[in-house]
Design a protein around this ligand. Sequence first.
Ligand SMILES: [Zn+2]
Length: 212
Amino acid sequence: MLRTLLITVGLCCCMATSAQFHTVMPRTTRYRIERTAQGKAGEITEMTEKAAPAELSADTALMRKQWIDSYLSVSYPLKEIYVTSPFGVRTDPFTKKRKRHNGLDLRADRCETYAMMHGIVAKTGHDRLSGKYVIVRHGDFSVSYCHLSECLVKKGDCVRPGDVVGISGNTGRSTGPHLHLTVRMGRKHINPGILLRFIDETRRQALEKLSK
Ligand SMILES: [Zn+2]
């Protein structure tokens, strides 16, 4: 519960600052307009333009670019992250028996679903359990997005973080609209929460450095 809250709060902070973030460009010179009153009191007779000492060194500009790239290297899978069912053993909603949940359920109802990192679409398909799904491979691990209403990529596509891979839905073995997210390393399922925390941390660090 606390984890859910932390992820949600972290995301809100990022969303709030992301709009201004995308417009941040390294500026090398800044000017300040200075009004100087001369002669009679209150009468403005001169306007000077002075170059303010606000130049960014090449090193600083490069560092800013690196932090911007770092920020853009990851993306949350949805605009809003709210975990409705965590990874691990839980009561199966269909059989009511204790069973391992191999992924994470996120609240989503026909929402754009984004690639979380740069990767290649390994598979798209439709089956009885996962419904419509997209699997994206990122090096050693792969992420699947399940119960989609639409797949918007095809096998072999190269995706960048934030690219829309599909629209969430309620297909397959699902009790209601949501996004079921799984992360696999080889044959082993790992907790997608780890990846969400990594995204959170990467963005938080980048924003912190950029705001300095
Ligand atoms: Zn699930």
